[in-house]
Design a protein around this ligand. Sequence first.
Ligand SMILES: NC(=O)c1ccc[n+]([C@@H]2O[C@H](COP(=O)([O-])OP(=O)(O)OC[C@H]3O[C@@H](n4cnc5c(N)ncnc54)[C@H](OP(=O)(O)O)[C@@H]3O)[C@@H](O)[C@H]2O)c1
Length: 269
Amino acid sequence: MKKVHVITGGSSGIGLECAKLFKEGTVVIASRGEDKLITASEELNNIGIDVEYYSTDVSDKESVKKLIDYAKSFGELKTMVHAAGVSGTVGDVMKTLKIDLLGTYNVVEETYNGIDKGASVILIASMMGHMVSSNNDQDELLRNPQQEDALEKIASFLDGDSDLAYNYAKHGVQLIAKLNATRFGKKNSRIVSVSPGIIMTPMAKKASAEHPERMEYMKSITPIGKNGESEEVSELVHFLASDKASFITGTDILVDGGLTLNLQKQKQK
Ligand SMILES: NC(=O)c1ccc[n+]([C@@H]2O[C@H](COP(=O)([O-])OP(=O)(O)OC[C@H]3O[C@@H](n4cnc5c(N)ncnc54)[C@H](OP(=O)(O)O)[C@@H]3O)[C@@H](O)[C@H]2O)c1
């Protein structure tokens, strides 16, 4: 049976770059905007990727279920790269939590139901998830965003700050990868999160335009001395999806040029 690789957020940025590396089997890219999906599909098709697209809103569980059913119509679901997300610049705490946190839960659950064995799930989190201090009660909510009132309870400690909502949501993504490792292992499958630093995608370019000083400052304290490019994340994701990464699961991998180290040092001052 043909291998199928689903890439949420595959119409742009990191997701699109990941899609370019899956040269065997069928790639299904999924995000909300159909125009962007069509343009991305043409780009992928032109470089020889066997690509399909499906309009999906990850914050809607039914929509994600339909995506998985669609993907499985092409063969066996082997890879889920979950790169769909919004940044705190959307300025809406609940929207950020619904897409970035609940969306991740939906993708993980429906992927689990849709895989047989030997699958890999790579969740794109963020270095900002590492800037949230662990707290048992809060972490429990972040791991279970589907529970009644969980998002409202999380929002209650965010003070209306959507950037903070993003950080907590991404901390939640890291926790969800860890929580699910044993369960996925029983299906001979792996789940990891990848936490990028600043990667020059449309999302980061928008943040740069809105907060140029903050972005310049972050670059100035990055040990590698530059921002990242999508290819620097996609190569890692492609490795993690392959059998070469057969002993890696239930962990988070930072790909941030070392920036988190310096941000954490500053937080401790
Ligand atoms: N760029 C960075 O510096 C950076 C750093 C750390 C982490 N990340 C994370 O990396 C991931 C990819 O971001 P990017 O930088 O590549 O951003 P991007 O270029 O803006 O791409 C985001 C993708 O997500 C899709 N998307 C947004 N909301 C969605 C929803 N509700 N349902 C389905 N798809 C949705 C977008 O398409 P539609 O809008 O058409 O749905 C688009 O395809 C995100 O999770 C982001 O948080 C990025």
